[in-house]
Design a protein around this ligand. Structure first.
Ligand code: ZN
Length: 141
């Protein structure tokens, strides 16, 4: 795994949010940081398991990612961004936004990212219902 400097992570975050969340002006005010590769406790005293790939702290506007995990870093950042702007749970609106991000990645011919996003969202039970709603055009956003 390539080491990722805080500056590179920051640049990646700006690029991704500009491309995938063009109307989210406050994205620039969020902090992104690498978390330790192991169990850790955040500054609010909340414990996190070693296996957690990313974490979105709404109050502090801070996203922590584990760069050593198996998932691609861009898909983790986008996953946490969806938590930040849409919903803190993996509920239907979360799934819909993830599916839409995947479609956008396909449009941009970023097949690798599209695949990662699809694999991620399919871990959540509501993804199929979300997909059906999108296909039927019942929920636009
Ligand atoms: Zn999540």
């Amino acid at each position: 795994m390539k080491p990722l400097s805080p500056a590179k992570l920051r640049a990646l975050w700006s690029r991704l949010t500009r491309t995938y969340f063009p109307r989210w002006r406050n994205a620039a005010r969020w902090r992104v940081r690498l978390r330790p590769d192991g169990p850790w406790t955040d500054s609010s005293g909340r414990g996190h398991s070693k296996d957690e790939a990313g974490y979105c702290d709404q109050k502090k506007r801070e996203i922590s990612v584990n760069a050593s995990c198996v998932h691609e870093i861009r898909s983790i950042l986008l996953h946490e961004a969806v938590h930040a702007v849409v919903c803190e749970y993996h509920a239907i609106r979360f799934c819909q936004r993830m599916l839409r991000l995947g479609k956008r990645a396909e449009k941009l011919e970023d097949w690798e990212l599209a695949r990662e996003l699809r694999e991620d969202v399919r871990r959540y039970p509501l993804w199929m219902a979300a997909d059906e709603l999108l296909r039927n055009g019942m929920i636009k956003r």
